[in-house]
Design a protein around this ligand. Structure first.
Ligand code: FES
Length: 243
C-alpha cells in the first residue's frame, strides 16, 4: 500500500500471502504491521480496531474492538482492562509483528516462508539519484502467480511491441526498440527507445530505461535525465493461490 493509504491514526486490514494482517500508523507517525487476529478471542484488529497512545509508555497501540486489549507495534499486549501490570505480564499475550519499512511513499512488509530476517531493503527511489521523483498515483492489480513471473515479464522486452503498442485506441500508439543490457550485482538495466505516434504520424522518440532494482521492484524511465516524460514504479506482489 502507499503511504497515503494510511494516514495518521489510520488502521488498514489487508491480506498478505494468505495471512490476515493489520497496518496502523500511530500518533508518532510510525507504521506498524501485525497479524490481524487478537489472541484473546480472535477478533480482527483491523475491523473496528483503533489507534491509541499508551498513557504511561507513550507507545503506539492498536486497541481490539472486542474487549479493549491493546497491542503495541512490537506485537506485545500493553494493556488489558482491569488487570494490573503483573497480571498483564502473566497473560503473555502477543500477536506476530511483521517487519515493515516506509520508503518511496510506499509501505513495504517483509515476508519470508521460514520467518527469516530481511536480506535486502528497498532503495530510496525518490532521492537525488532517481530524479527527485514523487509518487503521483498508484493502482493495485492482484495477479494470481508467483512474483517471479511478473519480473520476468517486465524484462521480456520482445513482447512490448505486441502487447503495449496502443496508448489511446485508434489515436496514439507506441513502438519500442531495445539495444543494450547491463547489470551490476544488484541491478539489471535495459536501455532503448520509445517512439510515440499520433494518428500514425511519428511524434517523438525518447530514450527509455528499464531497471530491475530488487526481486520485486522495477522502474521504467521515459525520457532523458534532464527531461523526463515520466517514471513508472512497479511493485510485484506475491499472491498465493487458494486451494
Ligand atoms: S477478542 Fe480482542 S480483546 Fe477480546
Amino acid at each position: 500500500m502507499t503511504s497515503r493509504d494510511l494516514p495518521l491514526n489510520g488502521v488498514k486490514p489487508f491480506e498478505m500471502c494468505g495471512k490476515q494482517c493489520v497496518a496502523f500508523r500511530g500518533g508518532s507517525g510510525a507504521v506498524h504491521v501485525l497479524s490481524a487476529y487478537c489472541p484473546h478471542l480472535g477478533a480482527n484488529l483491523g475491523v473496528g480496531g483503533h489507534v491509541v497512545t499508551e498513557s504511561e509508555s507513550g507507545d503506539d497501540c492498536i486497541q481490539c474492538p472486542f474487549h479493549g486489549w491493546r497491542f503495541g507495534g512490537d506485537g506485545q499486549c500493553k494493556r488489558i482492562p482491569n488487570l494490573n501490570e503483573s497480571e498483564l505480564n502473566a497473560v503473555k499475550a502477543v500477536v506476530k509483528k511483521w517487519q515493515t519499512i516506509e520508503k518511496n511513499e510506499v509501505i513495504y512488509v517483509w515476508h519470508h516462508s521460514e520467518d527469516k530476517d530481511p536480506n535486502h531493503y528497498p532503495k530510496d527511489f525518490l532521492g537525488k539519484n532517481y530524479h527527485n521523483l514523487s509518487l503521483i498515483g498508484s493502482y493495485l492489480r492482484l495477479l494470481h502467480c508467483n512474483y517471479q513471473i511478473i519480473l520476468e515479464n517486465g524484462s521480456d522486452f520482445q513482447h512490448f511491441n505486441y502487447r503495449h503498442q496502443v496508448l489511446i485506441p485508434y489515436i496514439t500508439s507506441l513502438k519500442f526498440s531495445f539495444d543494450s543490457t547491463y547489470e551490476t550485482v544488484t541491478e539489471i538495466t535495459i536501455t532503448g527507445r520509445m517512439t510515440i505516434y499520433l494518428l500514425g504520424m511519428e511524434l517523438v522518440t525518447v530514450p527509455i530505461k528499464l531497471c530491475h532494482v530488487s526481486p520485486v521492484t522495477e522502474l521504467l524511465y521515459m525520457g532523458t535525465d534532464e527531461s523526463m516524460l515520466g517514471t513508472v514504479l512497479s511493485l510485484a506482489t506475491l499472491e498465493v493461490p487458494k486451494d
